[in-house]
Design a protein around this ligand. Structure first.
Ligand code: PLP
Length: 412
């Protein structure tokens, strides 16, 4: 087997799709000290940090700059003093602490204006939340209608579910309407990212709801990149799109804009009760640290506070600054901005090798912007995935624009 794996790794190397770990030496923030994870002594040993270098990073999903916020660090320490560091058991045994319960109550309140009477359930990760939702609700008499650009965790959840699966091209409402019309299963669930993670575009939630109502379907919304960022008080994509109703099953993650870790599902209380009873990735895993849940209470408070409003406004100004840069040398190279109003601002390049080369040129100029390649995105659509955070400054964005211009001219 090892021989085969070495060959496959070499093949990926040749296709510019081999992935490598890097080691970040300090907290999550724009200025990073980064080391390559070098294989010491052949490929059998674990990677170790080599020499470090300073990079200005545009790759985290810490959109509000909360991951290293002093109040959150204090809250986590306080949570550890109150509850210790480990939960000791799964939620249904003895691992469900008062901190988890309070967090769920506040998350439920936050989504209740959009999903009437919503209750929330806290998960260790968004990946696990999506598996639980799709496997627990996607019974054999159901059909899941999945956007083709959905996140890998939704794809995996759909694969694990007993339900039939139909995929529709990204945001193609005509195709989805046709599929819904042809469907004969009694249960129908439309499944979509709210903000597509590699494109930054927002799903047409209003049209999706209209179709759901017309065909008596439910809408599972993965708001990993909207929660905390979109909406007046960071409530997420339902608020941003001005939609709501009992048909929504909302998943938000807490390791991105919320700056900590974990995720939640907010939905009708009966759905939540079913997830507690049938969501295997909820049931068969140790509850995350109660200290983490305690820290998240402070994160929710910050997101909804005036500070949160100011952080979102600053982020919005940075997005504007990036996108409104004057006609740039990279347009002639065929690189173009994706249609996105969110903190995810992909620069579309096309082929794998040029995208990797561009990422490397930026790195030579002290910037870390990841090249995203197939199979994460469709073949021929390799891109730089630039993400902005409220912890960036206008000068950081200008530095990125200058480096992109340099790279474009150097390559001409
Ligand atoms: C990051 C992400 C997830 C997974 O969330 P984790 O908490 O990191 O496991 C799910 N869906 C989307 C769209 C994501 O971007």
């Amino acid at each position: 087997m090892l021989e085969r794996l070495r060959e496959q790794l070499a093949e990926r190397e040749a296709q510019h799709t081999r992935r490598r770990l890097r080691i970040s030496m300090g907290p999550c923030q724009p200025q990073l000290q980064v080391a390559r994870a070098e294989l010491q002594g052949g490929d059998e040993l674990a990677p170790q940090a080599s020499e470090t270098k300073a990079l200005l990073a545009f790759c985290s999903n810490d959109y509000l700059g909360l991951a290293n916020h002093p109040e959150l660090i204090n809250a986590w320490a306080e949570g550890a003093r109150l509850y210790g560091v480990g939960s000791g058991a799964s939620h249904l045994i003895s691992g469900h602490s008062a901190a988890h319960a309070q967090l769920e109550s506040e998350l439920g309140h936050m989504q209740a204006p959009f999903i009437p009477g919503a209750r929330a359930l806290y998960f260790s990760t968004g990946y696990m939340a999506n598996l639980a939702v799709l496997t627990a609700l996607g019974s054999s008499d159901a059909t899941l209608f999945c956007d083709k650009l959905n996140h890998a965790s939704l794809i995996d959840g759909a694969l694990l579910a007993a339900a039939k699966v139909q995929r529709y091209p990204n945001a193609d409402m005509e195709r989805l309407a046709y599929q819904l019309q042809q469907c004969t299963t009694p249960l129908k669930l439309i499944v979509t990212d709210a903000v597509f993670s590699m494109d930054g575009s927002v799903a047409p939630l209003r049209e999706l709801l209209r179709l759901a109502e017309a065909h008596d379907a439910w809408v599972v919304v993965d708001d990993a990149h909207g929660f905390g960022v979109l909406g007046e008080r960071g409530q997420g994509s339902l608020a941003y799109c001005g939609v709501g109703g009992e048909r929504f099953i909302y998943m938000g993650t807490l390791g991105k804009a919320a700056g900590v870790a974990g995720a939640f599902v907010a939905a009708h209380p009966v759905i939540i009760e079913w997830l507690i009873n049938a969501g295997r990735s909820y049931i068969y895993t140790t509850a995350s640290s109660p200290a983490q849940a305690h820290a998240l209470l402070t994160s929710l408070r910050l997101i909804q506070s005036e500070e949160g409003v100011a952080r979102r406004a600053h982020l919005g100004a940075l997005i504007q600054r990036l996108r409104s840069s004057p006609d740039s040398p990279w347009a002639q190279r065929g690189w173009r901005w994706a249609e996105s109003i969110t903190a995810i601002q992909p620069l579309m390049v096309g082929d794998n090798a040029s995208t990797l080369a561009l990422s490397a040129q930026l790195e030579q100029q002290g910037l870390w912007v990841p090249a995203i390649r197939p199979p994460t995105v469709p073949i021929g659509t390799a891109r730089l995935r630039i993400t902005l955070s409220a912890s960036h400054t206008a000068a950081d964005v200008d530095q990125l624009l200058a480096a992109l211009a340099n790279a474009a001219m150097g390559a001409m």
